[in-house]
Ligand binder design. Structure first.
Ligand code: 3HC
Ligand code: NAI
Length: 706
């Protein structure tokens, strides 16, 4: 984290009689940077020797107590003092130490609080040990102190989920001792310290507590249950180490447990998963900033129109309603409108059935939802999102209507997956108001929102797209206009690589299994069955006219579609689905179609190792990712990473394809591409950016900064 720029010291000590108030000041979130750790160490060293001080209160300035270790320091040479040392020093202090918590006390922040002898929090505070989300474990005593305070089960729940607990829950668990009545946390901390002193409260070191672990059988049962749960989540490194640490808390003396934690924390710190997850932590925050959000203010957003009540239109409407916006849905006719409205209502019926929403809650939401078959109903809309058929003529007709009825300054957006948004914008009188807002299915659940920026759009319209994403709690990624934008364009290329491997001898089931073993929730053929094979088929037909006649084309998917085998919705595709089942078995009827295609193409099938399948699949993805960055379709490699993680199932712990390529090493990726190019030089042309980075000895991450 950049050093704070104001003149206040990172740690400030103020005296109030026998009570010393130690305030951390490291904007924006009081992360435990080197300066903060040094300041705390020095303050405690001095106060310990001050006979006039009877109690020390630790508090944070600004909006939070402490958000944890300074994540930017991970992977850098360590600077003394280490955080565990500071925590041990606080706990060992002979004065009464009180942590006074407001905002967030997370990770190392909560570990500082657990090292204090008492904890008070305002009722809006949030506490947690979210290190697992960064591929880590609480490494400053949290794995040893939390179980000693609240028992193994509750500590494991917090550490394995990484969730934030409210002050109320923390009080119930025994993680904090007292909830403050006012929000002036420093004053509350001092008052609490004064009352503890008045009561003669003893120094109570968490490392010496035994009560919560006394029932050893119950603790062991909780650890065993957690270990069994963790075993189901294959591929992640740190969760099993968290369980090991809690086992050490049960079995080992406190000091030995701390040493075990240190050892396992270091292993996590050096794992590629930590590198991938920390990269994403920052990438997810970077993508929310674009040149337009820096230079322009968003337009107002309250009333939104959605054109089309199909799969996407209905999902988008739900997402907007969930965010508290007023939504008007426009459909072609009364029947289509009724269907669209029922799709929306069904989502809320489901929420009521699951107990997540009351009937009254549902009714209240639906009062903000209107429908019409007349565009005039959109006259006062601030934003309209079009989600009609993927057909340029239909979209242009819709935009002509919008041009006619919408008020000046309304933002006119399209959810097109592939079509040229410049052409749509150019067909109306106000291209400056036209934006791409590419949602993913199901739109009320998927977090990604590609904000597609056509040539003539004004900056404040783009900024409005980002503001909408924030309202909808989506992850926005800025994309340029091209066929498929960032995500679908890259998907088309790695799916083609998969098809080539299938025709050359791999089965679609082997390819899916490899992709799952890599960490995706499903492979490309399972995905196609889920989304509907007809969607890809329509795209392939549309592209047929512009396809390079020299490029290799695999016909197998088309053969399935010609038979009406679109996947789950038709009962079969690459897999066969028993009535109502969403998990399929390999479709035996696919094998002869593949064999026929191979024979027609004159291919003698050969075996593929899983490693080769993976290398080709990833290399195709990375190569196209490099092109997308080089052409400016994505602002930086990190935008590609966030897109593929949030929209396409790329495993989060691998950091996204560009980060993964950096971790593998770009020279190896390039060498793979060059070797595959010997069979198919057209498909496997190395991206010039990749070649240049290898020549210069740089990685993709070098393009993420500045
Ligand atoms: N270290 C360094 N920078 C951090 C940080 C941290 N721990 N936490 C947040 N930041 C930065 C963000 O990158 C962002 O920077 P930017 O403005 O340049 O983009 C800025 O602080 C503000 O962060 P948010 O945008 O996330 O602010 P919010 O107000 O939305 O959320 C928060 C605040 C809930 C504290 C959230 O930032 C958060 O969850 N932070 C991370 C918490 C965490 O994971 N802590 C564990 C760290 S690992 C650890 O402690 C190891 C220990 O066990 C040894
Ligand atoms: P869909 O076929 O489920 O829904 C389209 C809806 O638009 C239908 O209800 C239809 O009645 C309505 N419609 C058609 N013409 C209309 C008009 N002139 N005025 C009002 N309504 C009209 O299609 P789907 O899947 O919802 O796709 C819509 C758009 O979203 C397409 O552009 C598609 O490419 C895009 N998209 C689709 C995704 C998906 O996974 N299905 C993902 C992301 C984008």
């Amino acid at each position: 984290m950049p050093a704070h720029t104001d003149s206040l010291p990172a740690v400030r000590v103020q005296r109030d009689g026998a009570i010393a108030l130690v305030t951390l000041h490291n904007p924006p979130v009081n992360a435990l940077s080197t300066a903060v750790r040094q300041g705390l160490q020095q303050a405690f060293a001095e106060l310990s020797h001050d006979a006039d001080v009877h109690a020390i209160v630790i508090a944070g300035s600004g909006a939070n107590f402490i958000a944890g270790a300074d994540i930017r320091e991970f992977g850098q040479p360590p600077q003394a003092p280490a955080l565990p040392e500071v925590c041990n020093q606080i706990e060992a202090c002979d004065k009464l130490v009180i942590a006074a918590i407001h905002g967030a006390a997370l990770g190392g922040g909560l570990e500082i609080a657990l090292s204090a002898h008492y904890r008070v929090a305002v009722d809006t505070a949030k506490v947690g040990l979210p290190e697992v989300a960064l591929g880590l474990l609480p490494g400053a005593g949290g794995t040893q102190r939390a179980p000693r305070l609240i028992g193994a089960a509750a500590a494991l729940d917090l550490m394995l989920s990484g969730r934030h607990a409210s002050a109320k829950e923390a009080l119930r668990l025994g993680l904090i001792d007292h909830i403050a009545t006012s929000n002036d946390i420093a004053a509350e901390g001092v008052a609490y310290a004064r009352s503890l002193l008045a009561d003669g409260a003893p120094i109570r070191r968490t490392g010496e507590q035994t009560a919560a672990l006394a029932d050893r059988a119950a603790q062991q049962a909780a650890i065993d249950a957690a270990r069994a749960e963790v075993a189901k989540k294959k591929g992640l490194f740190s969760p099993s180490k968290i369980v090991d640490c809690v086992q050490a808390a049960l079995d080992q003396p406190f000091a030995d447990g701390l040493a075990t934690e240190r050892d396992l924390f270091t292993q996590c710190l050096h794992s590629p998963q930590r590198a991938g997850l920390v990269h994403l932590f920052f990438a997810e925050r970077e993508v929310t900033k674009s040149p337009e959000t820096q230079s322009a203010q968003p337009r107002p957003l309250q009333k939104v129109g959605v054109i089309g009540g199909g799969t996407m239109g209905a999902g988008i409407a739900v997402s907007l309603l969930d965010a508290g916006l007023n939504v008007t849905m426009i459909e072609r006719d009364d029947a289509a409108l009724a269907l669209g409205q029922s799709r929306v209502a069904k989502v809320y019926d489901g929420a009521v059935a699951k107990g997540r929403l009351t009937e009254e809650g549902k009714a209240a939401i639906l009062t903000r939802f209107q429908g019409s078959t007349h565009y005039d109903a959109l006259a006062d809309a601030d934003l309209v999102i079009e989600a009609v058929f993927e057909d340029m003529a239909v979209k242009k007709a819709v935009f002509a209507e919008l041009d006619r009825v919408c008020r000046p300054g309304a933002v006119l957006a399209t959810n097109t997956s592939y079509l040229d948004i410049n052409e749509i914008a150019g067909s109306i009188s106000r291209p400056q108001d036209v934006l791409g807002l590419h949602f993913f299915s199901p739109a009320n659940i998927m977090k990604l929102l590609e904000i597609v920026v056509p040539a003539k759009v004004s900056a404040d319209v783009v900024a409005t797209g980002f503001a909408l994403a924030k309202k909808l709690k989506k992850v926005p990624v800025r994309a340029g206009v091209c066929d498929g934008f960032i995500g679908n364009r890259i998907l088309a290329v790695y799916r083609t690589a998969a098809d080539h491997m299938m025709e050359d001898g791999a089965s679609p089931f082997e390819i899916d299994a490899m992709v799952r073993a890599f960490g995706y929730p499903m492979g490309p053929y399972e995905m196609s069955d889920l989304a509907g094979g007809d969607i890809g088929w329509a795209t392939r037909k549309r592209r047929a006219a512009t396809r390079d006649p020299k490029a290799r084309y695999v016909h197998i998917a088309d053969r399935l579609c010609e038979r009406g085998w679109f996947g789950q919705k038709t009962g079969q595709g690459w897999y066969v689905y028993e009535a109502g089942s969403r998990s399929g078995k390999p479709n035996p009827a696919v094998e002869p179609l593949i064999a026929e295609a191979r024979a027609k193409a004159g291919v003698t099938p050969r075996p593929f190792t899983r490693e080769e399948l993976e290398r080709r699949y990833v290399a195709a993805m990375v190569n196209e990712g490099a092109r997308v960055v080089e052409e400016g379709i994505a602002l930086r490699p990190l935008d590609v990473d966030v897109t593929l993680v949030h929209g396409y199932g790329f495993p989060r712990h691998k950091g996204g394809p560009m980060k993964y390529a950096d971790l593998v090493g770009l020279p190896q990726i390039l060498a793979d591409i060059q070797s595959f190019a010997k069979e198919d030089p057209l498909f496997w042309q190395p991206a010039p950016l990749l070649v240049r980075l290898v020549q210069e000895g740089k990685n993709f991450d070098s393009l993420n900064h500045g």
